[in-house]
Design a protein around this ligand. Structure first.
Ligand code: SF4
Length: 717
């Protein structure tokens, strides 16, 4: 329809990907686990009689109907459609809304007299703004932007940003603005830009070498400097707060500087290049990640629809269902607003700390307020109360257990987003110990002086109850005196499902095979909302409680854990503590509470949500709140040196902690999530840590019998 002078993409020849070609492209993309289908076309392609005739022959009423069909096929294959079909009518946007996650249209400019736009009726600013407004009224998450260097002045660029800001102020639907600089192109007449783009991208991703042709600038264009772009980024941030600012990383080398100036997004790093600027391939995610790391900036992945728009208000139900099924880890935390309103500070916290010191059960609002507290003096009060409660319940002695972890296999079918350990069966990193290797590890533990083997694995699709019993028997036959602390509630759930037996009977069988106690892992956060977001395939809260309750009923003690510092809200941790305390008040089966802070580095959850490791201060504050939340119901609170490091774990001894956990010898689960605190400690390291804190140490058994005491040496006492 239009003849924009900067465009080398439009051919003005009738060209339409046939349905068969579309399906082949989608199948190929789905195989490569591509997440987005970007449908980008010229304005009104069906104004061309050739395209119109072909669409009619295929049975489509118009071009939008054909794109809807393509998007449906993409959704079926797990790709999220984002369409940019130029200036569209309200009803066309509405039709596309049903099958897309987001849509877009560059405003380009507010000038209606640009030479570059002569003979381009669809580039009339009023028409394009109307499309953007219509999208807002339809609640469509939308991407827009301005072109830079197509003959406009700096004031013109600001006018375009101001126009976008005004529409956004009314509808709130802009997720990002693209600031796209013009680069001159040669003509691709008679060639296929897609092929040129794919070839250029392939070379660049393989070799890191890209050829960016340096062509003379046409007379109608305006030169653009990095300072112009920096100012524009700053103005976009000012005029459109909360809206992403995208700069293309393939059209100039200045993108790292623009990121440093406030740009927040690099668009899609498409593996098959840029079909609009085919000789300008995108750098690969690895190349971008490395470059940004030099500036201390992390690259995180997003979907075409920004996370805050993943909501029934903004996305049609069909698309939302697909996001929930495939891309759940991108769904943001919910509910904080609702609950945070109810968090009243001040006296609520002071009263709660006072009551918790006396062992009282705190309300959900009180616990939420404690987890959310950030005033240093209130946090110090919490620390002191937690420390006093620890002294009352567990005394001064710092305990630890000499143990060994054995993760018999990392094969797992569950796929939790926070996990760097579980692997698919065919993954090159999957492993499964054979019996001689398992026995060797048990013997090594005995030689090390261990009193406990802690045994957990992924959820292996081929294992049944007998396999789990087998490993217990082999361990007992090898080392009859070792205490076997084994199998998470998730593994027990798997045993129940494969054997058809209820949890109590499964525990009776495991006990007969040598099981001594049960790790309280797979608890993560005992709130089904959080579980849906981080591990939707994992057992729900009710089942976790049922299984651990059955373990206690079978006479087996267990620990209980919490995994915090990721996407959970303070009120969700409050709910976790409510569930834990209620179960403990019913069964009394928990020996200890083990806070595990989330290690984000090599996990899907860390990557997709850009989660950073929780700070030491927040970690310690949470530790104190866990102690206060438990009151007198659980005697022992552990600090995990694997998660927080031995130095912070030693400091945690002043925050309500009385136990430093195990020596472990072989710690895989946190290591594979990127923990840098090591895989084993010697008993002396833990004794020294306790003594550094001025406290006596003792080696304990799993069930808190004392094996050996280490009083504080006279010199440091
Ligand atoms: S946390 Fe456990 S269940 Fe989840 S993926 Fe990792 S190994 Fe599997």
């Amino acid at each position: 329809m239009s003849h924009c002078k900067y465009c080398a993409f439009a051919t003005h020849q009738p060209h339409l990907h046939e349905p068969g070609e579309v399906l082949a492209l989608l199948d190929g993309a789905a195989k490569r686990r591509v997440k987005e289908l970007l449908v980008l076309t010229g304005d009104e392609p069906d104004h061309h009689p050739g395209v119109r005739a072909r669409l009619a022959a295929l049975g489509f009423a118009d071009f939008v109907a054909y794109v809807v069909w393509c998007c449906e096929r993409a959704l079926e294959r797990g790709l999220l459609p984002h369409t940019n079909l130029g200036a569209l009518a309200h009803e066309d946007l509405a039709r596309l809304r049903e099958v897309t996650a987001s849509q877009g249209l560059m405003l380009e400019s507010m000038r209606d007299d640009l030479v570059a736009h002569q003979a381009s009726p669809t580039k009339a600013p009023a028409r394009r703004l109307q499309t953007i407004r219509d999208a807002g009224a339809l609640r469509i998450p939308f991407t827009s932007g301005v072109l830079v260097g197509i003959g406009e002045s700096e004031e013109d660029r600001m006018a375009a940003l101001e126009a976008l800001a005004a529409v956004h102020a009314e509808f709130g639907h802009l997720q990002e603005v693209i600031l796209q600089n013009f680069v001159p192109h040669r003509r691709y007449y008679g060639e296929e830009p897609a092929d040129i783009a794919t070839e250029a991208a392939d070379t660049y991703w393989r070799t890191g070498l890209g050829e960016h042709p340096d062509l003379p600038r046409p007379a109608w264009s305006t030169p653009v400097s990095i300072d112009d772009m920096r100012r524009l980024v700053g103005e976009a941030r000012r005029l459109l707060p909360g809206v992403g600012v995208q700069v293309p990383p393939n059209l100039a080398d200045w993108w790292p500087e623009l990121v440093a100036s406030g740009a927040t997004d690099l668009g899609g790093l498409s593996a098959n290049g840029d079909h609009i600027s085919p000789e300008h391939p995108f750098p690969s995610p690895t190349q971008v990640r490395k470059r940004l790391a030099q500036d201390g900036v992390a690259l995180t992945e997003r979907l075409c629809v920004y996370s805050r728009f993943i909501d029934p208000e903004w996305v049609s139900q069909g698309v939302l269902d697909m996001i929930k099924a495939r891309f759940w880890s991108f769904i943001p935390r919910k509910g904080s607003g609702r609950r945070e309103e109810r968090v009243i500070r001040g006296d609520l916290v002071a009263d709660a700390v006072h009551r918790a010191r006396d062992g009282a059960r705190l309300t959900e609002d009180e616990l939420t307020a404690l987890f959310a507290e950030d005033r240093p003096e209130a946090i110090e009060d919490m620390r002191q109360a937690a420390d006093e409660l620890r002294a009352e319940l567990a005394g001064d002695t710092v305990t630890f257990v000499v143990n060994r972890n054995i993760n018999v296999s990392n094969v797992c079918v569950v796929g939790c987003a926070f996990c760097g350990f579980g692997q698919g069966k065919r993954s090159p990193d999957a492993y499964e110990h054979d019996e001689p290797e398992f026995v060797r590890r048990v013997r090594e533990a005995v030689d090390f002086g261990a009193s406990e083997i802690c045994m957990q694995s992924g959820i292996h699709p081929d294992w049944g109850l007998e396999d789990y019993e087998h490993w217990l028997r082999v361990a007992k036959a090898t080392a009859p005196d070792l205490h076997l602390h084994a199998y998470s509630a998730m593994e027990v759930d798997h045993m129940c499902r494969t054997s058809g037996l209820p949890p109590l009977e499964v525990f009776e069988r495991l006990r007969a095979a040598g099981l001594g106690s049960v790790p309280g892992t797979a608890a993560e956060v005992l709130d089904d909302g959080v579980r849906q977001r981080i591990s939707p395939n994992k057992l729900p809260v009710g089942r976790w409680v049922e299984i651990i309750g059955a373990a206690h009923e079978a006479g087996l003690r267990s620990t209980v854990t919490v995994m915090f510092g990721h996407v959970e809200e303070p009120w969700e941790l409050a709910e976790h503590m409510r569930v834990v305390r209620a179960l403990q008040e019913r069964t009394g089966g928990f020996t200890e509470f083990v806070p595990l802070s989330f290690i984000p580095f090599h996990t899907l959850l860390g990557r997709t949500h850009g989660i950073e490791e929780i700070s030491r201060e927040e970690n310690l504050k949470h530790t104190a709140v866990f102690r206060l939340a438990l009151g007198r119901t659980v005697r022992s609170l552990q600090a995990s040196w694997v998660k927080m490091g031995l130095d912070a774990a030693t400091e945690a001894l002043r925050w309500g902690v009385n136990d430093l956990g195990g020596t472990l010898m072989e710690e895989n689960i946190s290591r594979l999530a990127g923990s840098y605190h090591g895989v084993r400690l010697e008993p002396e390291d833990l004794v020294e840590a306790a003594h550094r804190a001025g406290r006596p140490a003792a080696e304990r058994t799993t069930l808190y019998g004392i094996r050996r005491r280490y009083p504080v040496p006279a010199a440091t006492a």
